[in-house]
Design a protein around this ligand. Structure first.
Ligand code: NAD
Ligand code: ZN
Ligand code: ZN
Length: 344
């Protein structure tokens, strides 16, 4: 089958032919119907050889949906032909966190060498994907594959982040979204669907801000050195009860710290390498800072339900598997508005 692989440190990903995978005991083989392109893959492909955590070549793709093509021995609960979404942050399934559905925080994944597809295990940017256990599959139940695939990360990750701050996002409150790309433009919709908060979105180009307004941002602000002052002004000086940073670089974290309200939440989702000083007096009183990872299995079920209700939809640009290297180039150049989706 064809697969998009990151093959050597520093090189661009390539479409290659690899053996068709076969499901072993307990595994499920999916015919991939769509795979999403995440900025985290670009981060992975920028890491140096020293300390690189995964074996190469690596088939990319940690957002995946597909149709069940074959079942390994002993698999029950899914049938050939079922259309399913893949819950990506695989865990051991039995530790205390996994027992709560929080496989993203599995206590034993590292020790057992369990990796998400596309982030260590072979990913979804291929004609077929092996899934280690049917519990990682959530029925699509009528959702369109290309429209739904990015909900598994670009939907689930902001959903998990926003849930933490729901008690603070009361009527009259403000939520700030920094970076309105793949994750951010879904975050805006989730905030509108789940909270009465006023949503202020920041990005670096007018085109991205236009999409932010189209998907529900009440206000948009260009992300520059004056952004924090503008956001403060929009909130009457109070600041934002919740700030979600989908960039995580030094300038955006500085903005996040400067726009947070007293007792506000700052959630750092982007892995842009910035840091935020949290000592006494560095941030408004009692600000809480968190850097979450992905989301829980139960939350993926909820995000898909929200999409079925029509409250959230991913703005997609589709590519064939042969065009996948181009999708990454365009994402790297900041030219994707919404999410790039590969249709193998
Ligand atoms: P993306 O490229 O689709 O979106 C990023 C957006 O940020 C773009 O619209 C870009 O124009 C904007 N941006 C860049 N610099 C900016 C600045 N200085 N101020 C404001 N906006 C700026 O990326 P994505 O796939 O949505 O991923 C967003 C981030 O989240 C990445 O760092 C990714 O690695 C990370 N991520 C983290 C998790 C997690 O579990 N923590 C999960 C998925 C992605
Ligand atoms: Zn991702
Ligand atoms: Zn576990």
């Amino acid at each position: 089958m064809k697969a998009l692989q990151y093959r050597s440190i520093g090189s661009a990903p390539e479409v290659v032919v690899v053996p068709d995978p076969e499901p072993g005991p307990g595994q499920v083989l999916l015919k991939v119907t769509a795979a999403g392109v995440c900025h985290s893959d670009i981060a992975v492909m920028s890491w140096p050889a020293e300390g690189f955590p995964y074996e190469l070549p690596l088939t990319l793709g940690h957002e995946g949906v597909g149709t069940v093509a074959a079942l390994g021995a002993g698999v029950t609960g899914v049938r050939e032909g079922d259309a399913v979404a893949v819950y990506g942050p695989w865990g051991c399934g039995s530790c205390a966190k996994c027992a709560e559905g929080k496989e993203n925080y599995c206590l034993r994944a590292d020790e057992l060498g369990i990796r998400p597809p596309g982030l260590g295990a072979p990913g979804s940017m291929a004609e077929y994907l092996l899934v280690d256990d049917p519990r990682h599959l959530v029925p699509l139940d009528g959702l369109d594959p290309a429209a739904a695939v990015s909900l598994t990360d670009a939907g689930l990750t902001p959903y998990h982040a926003i849930k933490r701050s729901l008690p603070k996002l009361v009527p009259g409150s403000t939520a700030v979204v920094i970076g309105t790309g793949g994750l951010g433009h879904v975050a805006i919709q989730l905030l509108r669907a789940m909270t009465p908060a006023r949503v202020v979105a920041l990005d670096v180009t007018e085109e991205k801000l236009r999409l932010a307004r189209e998907v529900g941002a009440h206000e948009t602000v260009l992300s520059d050195a004056q952004a924090a002052a503008k956001v403060r002004e929009l909130t009457g000086g109070v600041g934002a009860e919740a700030v979600f940073d989908f960039v995580g670089a030094q300038p955006t974290l500085a903005t996040a710290g400067a726009v947070a309200a007293v007792e506000g939440d700052i959630t750092i989702v982007g892995i842009g390498g910035g840091t935020l000083p949290v000592g006494f007096g560095q941030l408004p009183f009692e600000v809480s800072v968190s850097a979450p990872y992905w989301g829980t299995r139960g939350e993926l079920v909820e995000v898909l339900a929200l999409a079925r209700s029509g409250a959230v939809s991913v703005h997609t640009e589709t590519f064939t598997l042969d065009e996948a290297p181009l999708a990454y180039e365009r994402l790297h150049a900041g030219e994707i508005n919404g999410r790039a989706v590969i249709l193998p």
